[in-house]
Design a protein around this ligand. Structure first.
Ligand SMILES: [Zn+2]
Length: 105
């Protein structure tokens, strides 16, 4: 989840507890964070308007993971003999094929 806070441009966000700056609004007066702990502290201040939305990066990661899984599946499903181009369902069958069809001299 991404929190987008609205403040003044370049306004500093200072922790009331430690008195240390932990963030700053950008030139558009926006501050984005996906750190829920930080976001809730800013919300607690009650001075800033904010909107919550789905984190596009989280969604993107999921998609990428799926793509990788599919790639792995493809690789594990079919094995191609580098010498004659014949396809095999798995590595074991390919190795067997190598032994019988292309024995090492
Ligand atoms: Zn072969």
């Amino acid at each position: 989840m991404i929190y987008r806070f609205k403040g003044r441009p370049f306004e500093k966000l200072i922790s009331g507890r430690t008195n240390k700056q932990f963030g700053m609004f950008d030139r558009n007066g926006e501050y984005l964070t996906n750190d829920t702990e930080i976001a809730e502290r800013i919300v607690a201040v009650g001075r800033y308007d904010y909107v919550k939305k789905e984190d596009p990066f989280e969604v993107k990661e999921e998609v990428e993971e799926e793509e990788v899984l599919e790639e792995v599946k493809e690789v594990t499903n079919k094995r191609t003999c580098k010498k004659c181009g014949e396809e095999f369902e798995n590595q074991g069958l390919l190795l067997q094929h190598y032994k019988t069809e292309h024995p090492k001299k």
